[in-house]
Structures are given as C-alpha cells and as structure tokens.
Design a protein around this ligand. Structure first.
Ligand SMILES: [Cu+2]
Length: 405
C-alpha cells in the first residue's frame, strides 16, 4: 500500500530501548478484516474509485448477510491520506436506487459535501459523481451514504488523514475499527433497516470471535481509532490497562485535556482515538459494554420451550465438549426464577485459522460475542513467531491444529 507519510515508519521489528526518545512518525493504519482503498497519483492528485454496490458478507462463518457496501466490502475500504493532499474520489453508484457520498467532518466546498438536494442531486443508479478537494485537516473521519437507510445497510468507511507533524508522543501501532449494529431476523439475510433494536454488533464487519485480534508488543504505545454511525451509542471498554482519549471526530485533543479512562462512549456520528501503553502481556478484550451488544443473533425469549431448547443445545449441540458446565438436568434448578440466563458456547472450531490466534487458550471463543475483539499484548518472542506465521499461512494452519493445553 503506498504510504506517503511525512516520515518513513521504522522497521516494525526494531526494539525500542528508550521509548521516551522514539521519533514520532505516521504509521499506516491497520484495519483488521477490512481492505484499504488503493489510489493512483494523477497529476499530483490522489485518485480513488469508490463503488457503491450490494455485498454478500458474513459476520460469522456460515451466516450470510446481504448488505450494501463499497468495492465488495462492508463496511467500505479504508481511505488513508495526508494533510495537504489533494483528493479526487470518483464515486460510482451500482445500487438499484439513487445514492450520494458524504464526507463526514470534512471542511470542503459545499458542492463536495454530499448533502443531497442542497449541494448536489442524488447520483442515479449507474451514475457517477466526482468529489475533489484539498485536505486541510488531520484526524479520524469517515465517508458514508447520506441516505439514512443506506447507512443502516452498511454504507460507511473509515478515512484517516495523517498530520504533517506526526502526533506526539510517538505511537508504535495505529489501528482503526468501525462500529456497526444490525437487525437480521431469523431465516433472513437482509438487515431490517427499520429496526430500533439490534441482534448483530460488529467491529469492521465481523462479530466476535471472528474479529482478527490486534497484535502489539509489550511496551509499545498503541492508538486505536473508533468510529460509529448507526442507531446506537457504544461504550467501548478495554481490559487490563488505562487509556487516554487523544482525538475526536473533530481532530486532535491537546495533551493537557487528556485524562485516564478505560471506557469511552463513542456516540452516533462520532470518532474517538484512544492511546495507551501496552504494559502487560495478555489477551485483553476490547468491547462494547452494553450487555446486549456482547451477544450474537439474539432473538426474544418466547417461554419455557425456548429455555428447554437452549438446555438441549448446550448438552448435545456444537459445544458438546463443554457439557461439564451443564450438569445433567436437575429439576431443582428449574425452580430458580429467572433460570436460565447465560450460556457458554465456545466455537474455536468455527473461527478461520489465523496467525493472530497463536497461543490463545482453548475455549477462548466462549465469551467472545458481538462487538468484541482482542488486543493481544505479546512478548517480543511471540510477536516474532506471529510475524513469521503471517508470512506462511500453511504453517499457521498446522500450528493451530496442534493440541493445546
Ligand atoms: Cu454497543
């Protein structure tokens, strides 16, 4: 991916012995499970092609979803550029209805803003619109359809604008996550965009445990950019360490205004950048803390039959190896009002094998659901092993198949 940062990023394998003295650089942003949008330099202008189209995707393996996105991706691919760049985005509408692209938070001429009716006409099916503007800002932004129901079909993408002077203190990793919610009724593949409550919650278009973990080396400073558009606000919580919020959808926050947190509310149409020192080795959860946003495919409880079926599933279903957690049905426990509530359904075998999973504990998937992913803070040795596996996917698969403790 072309990276035209103000300064070159250092070798990611280099060990930083004096973190305080690290030079600040603009690192390419890693968006797990999402592609980056490539560009061509045309007469000094960065030219991108963004194509709105229906996209069949999966939040979990075997659970097809017919959403709408960009360039075959839901949410759309990430756009990365630098403060001062001139951008040309050729927007092509391959949807069966009109659309238009809004540049959320951008200070650009009104005709480029994408507000339909006011600055431009809707782009008809098969039509194109060329957005062109100079970037006088830096920070975390996004593009989205300016038709509300199309937003709820998935039409959103991250835009990272790197500053001319890299932010200080220096970070070693820069990640981006898009927060989305969906209502997909049983036996449907099409999101119900009229819904007021949601049963699928995703980071970068994947639900836990399928979100690819973010891998960082112990001692590194990490930035994670969170953006949200939809119907719900998401309190995003990180386990194991405190962070500071260093930016909003409006740009960088002055350091004097940072304060420690471990949960940040990312409201609708907002962006939040968090930064932290990865002090402690561990597989740390990063997740929305709304209880219903830590679940997959929720449907309303409809009485004792559902409860019985739930028990049966736990005993005899995919999670047979965890039957110890469900001792043989005891009539006494049915007398406990409210029973049952929670379930324990590890699905390690359903998650596509990735180097980023190296060394995770057996049954790690058991509590990974909904808007939930991992920040894995690893030793330099483990980091190097994962890096080697990333170059050799076959070996990564073999390693995954080896028995774990
Ligand atoms: Cu949430």
């Amino acid at each position: 991916m072309p990276q035209q940062a103000a300064k070159q990023a250092p070798d990611p394998h280099a060990h930083h012995k004096h973190p305080a003295a690290k030079e600040a650089v603009n690192h390419p942003v890693a968006t797990p499970d999402l592609p980056k949008l490539p560009f061509k330099l045309v007469d000094g202008v960065k030219e991108f092609h963004l194509i709105a189209e229906p996209v069949r995707t999966e939040f979990l393996p075997g659970r097809p979803v017919d959403a709408w996105g960009f360039n075959g991706s839901v949410p759309g691919p990430t756009i990365e550029a630098n403060e001062g760049d001139r951008l040309r985005v050729i927007f092509e509408n391959r949807l069966p209805e009109m659309s238009a692209l809004h540049w959320h938070g951008f200070e650009v001429p009104m005709e480029m803003d994408g507000s339909v009716g006011l600055g431009q006409d809707p782009v008809p099916p098969g039509g194109k619109f060329v957005h062109e503007f100079t970037l006088n800002q830096h920070g975390t932004f996004f593009y989205h359809s300016h038709f509300a129901m199309q937003e709820m079909m998935g039409m959103l993408g991250l835009v990272v604008l790197h500053p001319k002077d890299p932010y200080k203190p220096a970070v070693d990793r820069d990640f981006g996550l898009i927060l989305q919610e969906w209502m997909i009724l049983p036996n449907n593949t099409v999101p119900n965009t009229l819904a007021m409550e949601f049963n699928w919650l995703t980071f970068n278009g994947k639900a836990g445990p399928v979100c690819t973990p973010m891998i960082v080396k112990q001692g590194e400073r990490v930035r994670i950019r969170l953006v949200n558009i939809g119907m719900d606000h998401h309190p995003i919580h990180l386990h194991g360490v405190q962070f500071v919020v260093t930016g909003t959808e409006g740009g960088r926050i002055e350091e004097d205004l940072w304060y420690p947190q471990n949960t940040v509310l990312v409201g609708v149409a907002q962006a939040r950048n968090i930064e932290f020192e990865a002090k402690y080795v561990g597989d740390w959860m990063l997740h929305c803390h709304l209880p219903h946003h830590m679940m997959n495919q929720m449907v309303a409880m409809v009485g004792p039959v559902t409860h019985e079926a739930h028990g049966e599933h736990a005993h005899h279903g995919a999670a047979a190896d965890t039957k110890d957690f469900y001792p043989k049905d005891d009539p006494q426990k049915k007398k406990v009002r409210g029973y049952p509530q929670d379930m324990w359904m590890p699905m390690d075998h359903m998650v596509p094998v990735k180097p980023e999973h190296l060394g995770l504990r057996k049954n790690w998937t058991g509590a990974m659901m909904g808007m939930m992913t991992l920040v894995r803070v690893v030793t330099p040795e483990t980091y190097d092993k994962i890096a080697a596996l990333r170059k050799d996917p076959v070996k990564a698969h073999e390693h995954h198949e080896a028995p774990k403790k």
